[in-house]
Ligand binder design. Structure first.
Ligand SMILES: [Zn+2]
Ligand SMILES: [Zn+2]
Length: 255
């Protein structure tokens, strides 16, 4: 019975692959950024735009990951940005794959607003490249996504932070804690807000449902974009209050 089920599944998967390749042949997938034809039909980016992705590399703030202005003799290992010097974030460190503009922004927008799961193909590659040399650091961590408010989830029907977090947990082969951190306050869109307004907006926005799942644990907190860090800071505050130890933040992009 089981073998039959497996055979049907394999057959279905082969048929889906075939249909998809035929569809790509008839309607080639254009690059999500420039609209040109893509050489690799599954990549959703043309080779020019793939090369044009602005990834964050040294030097960056050792604490929050903010990219530094480069000078030739820059002290890479000890740079702390102005924001962290004035008022450090509550999380222990934050890192992002790239800056939130042009190509990466287009990929994230396709995922977030168009629910285009196909862009997870290039995003998966970026996530794997980001973590491949530091997998060992996260052996003793749990992944926690920054959640949407249930009403917003219903409106959008899609939680991009969860999709990214699931991919991160899969690659690192660690536990994804779903439903532990919940959003209890429906916050306003923060795009037009300054830092003070953002802090007020996210204050008491989160709650930890099952503290025992994060108490005494290290957490890799995952979101799609790090803008001012206000949301991530507030999520960190409640996780630490619930007993979480180290909190590392991972986002696809850094605004
Ligand atoms: Zn392109
Ligand atoms: Zn910093």
């Amino acid at each position: 019975m089981f073998a039959d089920k497996k055979a049907v599944e394999n057959c279905l998967a082969a048929w889906l692959r075939f249909s998809r390749s035929m569809l790509n042949f008839v309607y080639p997938q254009p690059c999500v950024y420039c609209g040109e034809k893509t050489g690799n039909k599954d990549l959703f980016l043309c080779s020019h735009c793939w090369q044009g992705l602005v990834l964050i590399d040294y030097p960056y703030c050792i604490h929050c990951g903010y990219p530094a202005e480069v000078s030739y003799d820059f002290p890479h290992e000890s740079f702390v940005c102005g924001t962290c010097q004035k008022k450090p974030f509550s999380f222990d460190r934050a890192r992002a794959v790239g800056t939130y503009d042009s190509v990466l922004k287009a990929l994230i927008h396709h995922l977030k607003y168009r629910k285009c799961m196909g862009v997870m193909v290039p995003l998966k590659i970026l996530i794997e490249n980001h973590f491949q040399d530091i997998v060992v650091i996260y052996k003793e961590f749990k992944v926690v996504p920054v959640p949407l408010h249930p009403t917003r989830l219903k409106e959008r029907g899609f939680d991009q932070a969860y999709i990214v977090a699931r991919e991160v947990a899969r690659f690192l082969n660690i536990v994804l804690e779903e439903g532990v951190l919940i959003r209890i306050k429906k916050t306003s869109t923060q795009t037009e807000m300054n830092q003070k307004e953002r802090l007020d907006n996210v204050k008491n926005a989160f709650e930890v449902m099952m503290p025992e799942k994060v108490s005494g644990q290290n957490v890799l907190l995952v979101d799609d974009v790090f803008t001012t860090g206000a949301t991530l800071n507030e999520a960190t505050r409640v996780l630490k209050k619930a007993g979480a130890l180290t909190i590392h933040v991972f986002t696809l992009a850094r605004a």
